[in-house]
Design a binder for this molecule. Sequence first.
Ligand SMILES: *Cc1c(COP(=O)(O)O)cnc(C)c1O
Length: 268
Amino acid sequence: MRIDPARAKQLVENLQRVTQRVDAVRGGSGRKVRLIAVSKLKPARDILALHQPQSPSTQQPHHDFGENYTDELTTKAALLPHSIRWHMIGGLQTNKCKPLAESVPNLFSVSSVDTAKKADALEKGRKALVEKSGDEVAEEQKRLRVLVQVNTSGEESKSGVEPHETTALCRHIREKCPTLRLGGLMTIGAIARSRESSSPDALNEDFVTLRETRDRVAGELGVEREELELSMGMSSDFEAAIAQGSDEVRVGTTILGERPAKKDAKIQ
Ligand SMILES: *Cc1c(COP(=O)(O)O)cnc(C)c1O
């Protein structure tokens, strides 16, 4: 795969800047925040440039990459090193869940589970993968991490379960899907609120709702709050999200630049 050195340098610098901003909000809290570089509609070589940086040699490889479309994720996963941790963060189609979980061993997480049917299909796929590969599957890959997507903004156009339905789906995953691991909750939130919360101390109602839902769900399931992570925050609002308790931010444009239209995207 040919990587243009100037492009690679730019990407690494963008990532470093975002990492510094994440660290600045975390402060000395010692809390870990996972940074997912959202690479949807971007070429595979951009991902490789961040995963296997050539220079400066001090730059650490980046592992977590997020994709929105199952076909694109599957194609990229076949082209790129298995040391990448893939996050499926986009809207899921039930019929694509099983093939996705079965064909990508280094699929680390699916962040957008919003029905029991989708959870069951992911369960079937991951179970088939584990049975097929036997001892070749690393221990941490035997259970697929999933997040339940919550519709915190109440907009009809947004997917996700309603806050009050969240415990039931979480319970289903914990009790009926032994090959999945419930990692926490995810929200996208309203675009308008996201724009308004571009300063680190802006309060965003979607983030408040997700945190309150997590606290309630943890209580209802009888688990520690910390066991359920919060995935919230994107390019426009990741600092505010971290300040409000996010454990995982999904940043695309600020690291990889503007995305092309889907019909113009060149993956290879
Ligand atoms: C595209 C996308 C992102 C990243 O958005 P940017 O604004 O480019 O950072 C984050 N989360 C989800 C679910 C997305 O679809």
